[in-house]
Design a protein around this ligand. Structure first.
Ligand code: ZN
Length: 270
């Protein structure tokens, strides 16, 4: 049986690939059946984080969330195998190991996987995103698929984990948003036991990504594409643990909401 490699809250049965088709179909056919697809990237994360950081974080968090829901409430949601490759053109540079898909390929990949899951009966598809460069595309694809369904009970959720904790970041970290391989991401990597070469930092010390302006966005390749952006020198494992807990607690509420009330998981009324 494949294990998530998590130090805490590990439970392999929430990982889709560890289940037989009989078990999966039993759950998928039920009302409010829910599956999380972790999505990340394979891209440079400067000199201190591995190239798989985005998808490893998304995958580990998704499994931890699913385990928490199962252990605390007996509610089963599946975590699909993660999608590591995505849209990383912003970090593509000849001297860095970044692999990007085209928008067409990425759109087709997400569209076809989600459509297959729906065809097997899943009602709630949660696209759990760990890479900022995927956000716009995921929103469009999700909107497209959801609005094409005759079955109105089918819902597609796009969750960027950093959006869940904007308030918490205002107190937990000096850097107030995700950025790239900065304080937030590096702290989470430390907390999740992802290999971090913390003594080997190469970063642009900034509070926002270069394309974010006041009230508009400007796209240009005129910025270093082999560095971290943000404040990785301020990262600590303790901050990461608090951030992870904040994300898990927000996701716990979201999943309870998705899977409760009129769903298969509702306790019988007395
Ligand atoms: Zn990242």
């Amino acid at each position: 049986m494949i294990k998530a490699g998590l130090s805490d809250n590990s439970c392999s049965e929430v990982m889709l690939e560890n289940n037989t088709y009989v078990r999966i179909m039993n759950l998928a056919q039920k009302r409010n059946s829910t599956i999380i697809i972790p999505i990340g990237s394979i891209e440079q994360h400067s000199t201190h984080l591995p190239v798989g950081t985005d998808y490893i974080i998304a995958y580990k968090l998704a499994v931890m969330i699913a385990c928490r829901i199962l252990n605390r409430y007996g509610i089963q949601v599946y975590v699909a195998p993660p999608i590591p490759y995505s849209l990383s053109i912003e970090w593509k540079h000849k001297n860095t190991f970044t692999i990007t898909l085209s928008l067409q390929t990425f759109s087709n990949l997400i569209y076809e996987i989600v459509s297959e899951l729906i065809s097997h009966g899943f009602k709630n598809i949660v696209l759990f995103n760990g890479h900022g460069g995927n956000t716009e595309a995921l929103n469009i694809i999700a909107r497209w698929i959801a609005n094409s369904q005759a079955d109105k009970s089918i819902k597609i959720y796009v969750v960027n984990w950093w959006d869940l904790i904007r308030d918490e970041l205002s107190t937990l970290t000096e850097q107030k948003t995700l950025l790239h391989a900065g304080e937030v991401e590096t702290s989470i990597a430390l907390a999740l036991n992802i290999p971090v070469e913390i003594k080997n930092l190469d970063y642009v010390d900034t509070d926002k990504m270069p394309w974010t302006k006041n009230g508009y966005t400007v796209y240009t390749s005129e910025y270093p594409r082999n560095k971290a952006w943000g404040k990785p020198h301020l990262a600590t494992k303790e901050k990461g643990q608090k951030i992870v807990e904040a994300i898990l607690s927000k996701m716990e509420k979201i999943l309870l909401n998705i899977t409760s009330s009129k769903g298969q998981y509702a306790k019988p009324s007395t």
